[in-house]
Design a protein around this ligand. Structure first.
Ligand code: NIG
Ligand code: FE
Length: 391
């Protein structure tokens, strides 16, 4: 199969996004077999890109993909002036989603999660990280991971599952929850291969730095990747801890310390920035410039979740990164492709001979147009492992 008349191709290989003009691709067995200069004349089995932009499929390194219920009422209350933390302290927020998720049937959770993946695909996203975290019991978190596995079998978007210690549960002493998370949830998730990573939300109202360290050490000893929701609302030292433990990524980092960027740059820890949460909650924007200038590996995610960032639009996150976080279009493309893939430990997010053919054809001629144009999807077609998706 060929994809011909590609006006602009981002390969993400080498400098300047590995940009190629006027090329075609030959795809065999789900992989890119050849990058050909010019058009191919045999049009029989070819997708015509019409001179438009083709890029790697986008990769979202941070989502809370599986949950039930709606928090539209809280959204409106926040719009009228109540704060996210006030609502959470009154039993709303994450705990309201926990009640809805516990009450939902397996079928409801699977259906709503599949619908979210459909929306991700329509936004050009071919792979997402997906966290548990809205059950807050050991069995409940494992249930969410098992459901994610079933979802993954029913959808083309690839899922990298993460076991998340989100907040202490309302119905168990926090010490007991942390002990059981370490002694039961993490080993069971590892044994059943339900999760590739463990994430801890370390903040006021969530887990302490000590609890975070205990949980992460347990995950590390079982060979799981580590992630930390770090420095979102308050500075806790979680990003430094993540770097020390060799975490795969830190998330959010709006309140990172002044020496945070240099420290993270020296480590292998990537920084997953989540502009949707800053936009929704009116937080300050993560200091992408400091991280990039220090040499950190910066990725962008939607943080897709029912409270602080209800979106599947990774292109919108790229727009916010350029409009509000002083990232260049080139940095935003890297952040939503290769760098995100690296944070997940897989090989997506680039176009190369031998690499899997996960591609997006955009209704655009220039990679910067995709970022400048916000509020609607410019995706014309998505190709997953060499197959053109219908939607
Ligand atoms: O990444 N910070 C913690 N957790 C989520 C929000 C979850 C929610 O509000 O339901 C986040 O922003
Ligand atoms: Fe999150």
């Amino acid at each position: 199969m060929f994809i011909t008349r590609i006006g602009q191709l981002l390969t993400m290989e080498g400098a300047a996004l590995g940009l190629r003009s006027n090329v075609s691709l030959r795809v065999e067995n789900g992989r890119v077999a050849e990058i050909i200069d010019g058009e191919v004349s045999r049009h029989g089995d070819a997708i015509d890109a019409g001179g438009q932009l083709v890029t790697p499929g986008l990769v979202d390194p941070h989502t809370h993909l599986i949950f039930a219920g709606s928090r539209a009422d809280e959204f409106d209350r926040r719009a009228r002036g109540q704060s996210y933390n006030e609502i959470a302290a009154a039993g709303g927020g994450i705990l309201s989603t926990v009640r809805a998720t516990r009450a939902a049937s397996d079928e409801e959770l699977i259906a709503s999660t599949l619908a979210r993946l459909d929306r991700f695909l329509r936004n050009g996203v071919v792979a997402v990280e997906a966290k548990s975290g809205y059950a807050l019991s050991i069995e409940g978190e494992l249930r969410l991971l098992r459901l994610l596995k079933r979802v993954a079998q029913q959808h083309v978007v690839k899922i990298s599952p993460t076991l998340l210690a989100h907040v202490p549960p309302p119905d168990l002493p926090r010490q007991v929850f942390v002990d059981r998370f370490i002694a039961e949830a993490i080993p069971q998730a590892a044994q059943e291969k339900l999760a590739e990573a463990v994430d801890v939300y370390c903040d006021v109202g969530a887990f302490t730095l000590d609890e975070t360290e205990r949980i992460l050490n347990a995950a590390k000893s079982l060979g799981l990747r580590l992630r930390v929701h770090a420095e979102q609302f308050t500075y806790t030292g979680a990003a430094e801890l993540a770097a020390k433990l060799g975490a795969a990524s830190v998330e959010h980092v709006e309140e990172l310390s002044a020496d945070g960027p240099a420290l993270l740059a020296r480590s292998q820890t990537g920084c997953n920035l989540l502009p949707g949460a800053a936009l929704t909650l009116g937080l300050k924007w993560p200091n992408a410039r400091a991280l990039l200038d220090a040499g950190c590996l910066v990725a962008l995610g939607t943080d897709c979740n029912p409270g602080s960032s209800l979106t599947e639009s990774l292109p919108l996150m790229m727009s916010l990164a350029c409009m509000q976080m002083k990232m260049s279009c080139e940095e935003a493309w890297r952040a939503a492709t290769v760098n995100a893939a690296r944070a997940l430990g897989h090989d997506l997010g680039r176009v190369a001979v031998g690499a899997s053919a996960n591609l997006v054809i955009w209704r655009a001629n220039d990679y910067r147009e995709v970022i400048q144009h916000y509020g609607d999807s410019l995706v014309e077609a998505v190709i997953v492992d060499g197959q053109k998706m219908q939607f």
